[in-house]
Ligand binder design. Structure first.
Ligand code: ADP
Length: 431
């Protein structure tokens, strides 16, 4: 710093010494005139350098940096180094950005960067193909103006990052996309779109297969079980072994019949592309009906209780709710030994409607609970079979719960009993 001041003021000091000499030789006026002229020259020189600097700054490129000497040369060469370094950093960043862009462009998935207002900041070619974006005009457009399907708009606005959305893009009717939002940075979001058409096709084939198999099985089964019943009624058939065989056959065909019925229900629920047919369901009446069916099934072997206010109502599909709650109550009866108690009840928990079935039955060990809703998963195969189970009941309940955006809460203690609760979202409550 000191060095700078010394060098910057050196011409003035030297001038002052010369002026003093001139004062001694001639007069003070000569010395002052000399100083004045010197200061004017110094100012003019600096003004010229400043002018050159100003001109150069309008388009600061290292190769056009002005030439100068002394202090100014030093200033210019520092600026030169700074601009050069800045340019190098800029180029490095641009290269890195280009690498990133090339890598994201090569991804097999669509990527869109959205800002906090849902405006598109960037997208890769796959996203462009999925959503028909226009590379020139769609930057900074609100994505909900460009992709207008209601389910998409709801998904973006809800910002529920935990689950993906399946949808068919408007201009690719035969394509199925899985869309996922991922938050990052400050209020930014990454939208990833994946083409799952092939996967969906295989899924649809599997669903069709189950539906077809079930239909195919149904007819022969009905015929066989009809004949078995006829044979059982024949009076001259009194050999014990034949009767036992017939009874077994009847039992087995009945089981197969139940299985086919459950498979059909499942495939209908899975195939149902249309949204849930909703109505205001009188839950007091529905639970009353299910309770009566439960009493018949139990045959007075258990103490069944029903707790529901007279005006309980829910927005949902009556038939599906009947099937789900009926399954839960059926299970409670089948997995509770004689003399046990079962409570079917309705309540509101934090404004959420809850239907629960509580039993004092055999209970379930904790390691089984997460898997109960898988198809054909049973804790105890023989008990399930003995009681006429198909292993599909809870899979059906889970599906129906999902279609109603409800949660199936299971709590259980081995040997003490279980509680299966359907917890519905607040929006389904009707008051
Ligand atoms: P299943 O037809 O075998 O009953 P589900 O899908 O209805 O099939 O149930 C799956 C398994 O969950 C059952 O096999 C049983 O082990 C267990 N389970 C279901 N409900 C109860 C309950 N209330 N108490 C004890 N175990 C149960």
């Amino acid at each position: 710093m000191l060095d700078f001041w010394f060098r910057a003021s050196l011409p003035v000091w030297l001038g002052a010494i010369v002026a003093l000499v001139l004062w001694g030789l001639f007069s003070a006026v000569v010395a002052l005139l000399f100083m004045l002229a010197l200061l004017l020259v110094v100012m003019a020189y600096r003004a010229r350098q400043l002018y050159k600097l100003g001109i150069w700054l309008q388009d600061a490129r290292p190769e056009t940096i002005p030439e100068a000497d002394g202090l100014w040369d030093e200033v210019f060469s520092r600026l030169y180094r700074m601009v050069k370094k800045h340019n190098q950093t800029k180029q490095k960043l641009a290269e890195e950005l280009q690498h990133m862009e090339q890598a994201t462009a090569a991804l097999p998935e669509g990527v869109v960067i959205l800002n906090e207002m849902n405006r598109i900041e960037w997208f890769n070619p796959i996203a462009q193909h999925h959503f028909y974006f226009d590379a020139e005009h769609d930057n900074m457009q609100d994505i909900t103006y460009l992709v207008r399907q209601p389910e998409f708009i709801e998904y973006i606005q809800e910002s529920n990052f935990s689950k993906p959305l399946m949808m068919r893009p408007a201009r690719h009717e035969d394509m199925v996309l899985s869309i996922r939002l991922i938050p990052y940075g400050e209020d930014k979001r990454l939208l990833i779109s994946r083409d799952i058409t092939q996967f969906e096709r295989v899924e649809a084939m599997r669903r069709d297969f189950v539906a077809n198999v079930s239909h195919e099985l149904r007819t022969p089964l009905t015929v066989v079980s009809g004949f078995v019943e006829n044979l059982q009624d024949m009076t001259d058939l009194n050999q014990d072994s034949a009767r036992r065989a017939l009874n077994l056959m009847a039992e087995q065909t009945h089981r197969m019949d139940n299985l086919v019925a459950d498979l059909l229900t499942l495939s209908r629920l899975e195939n149902d592309q249309s949204p849930l047919r909703e109505e205001s369901v009188d839950m007091s009446a529905l639970l009353g009906e299910i309770y009566q069916e439960g009493r018949l099934l139990s045959g007075e072997k258990h103490t069944l209780r029903l707790e529901v206010p007279g005006n309980a109502k829910l927005l949902g599909n009556r038939e599906e709710l009947h099937s789900a709650i009926g399954n839960l109550l059926g299970n409670a009866i089948r997995y509770t030994p004689e003399g046990g108690t079962i409570l079917l009840s309705w309540a509101e928990r934090d404004n959420q409607p809850v239907v629960s079935v509580q039993d004092s039955g055999i209970g379930i060990a904790p390691e089984h609970i997460p898997r109960l809703t898988e198809r054909f998963y049973r804790v105890d195969r023989s008990r399930s079979r003995e009681t006429g189970g198909t292993g599909l009941g809870l899979a059906i309940v889970k599906h129906i719960a999902m279609r109603h955006q409800a949660k199936l809460d299971i709590s259980s203690e081995e040997g003490k009993g279980s509680t299966f609760a359907l917890v519905f979202p607040v929006k389904r409550a009707i008051h």
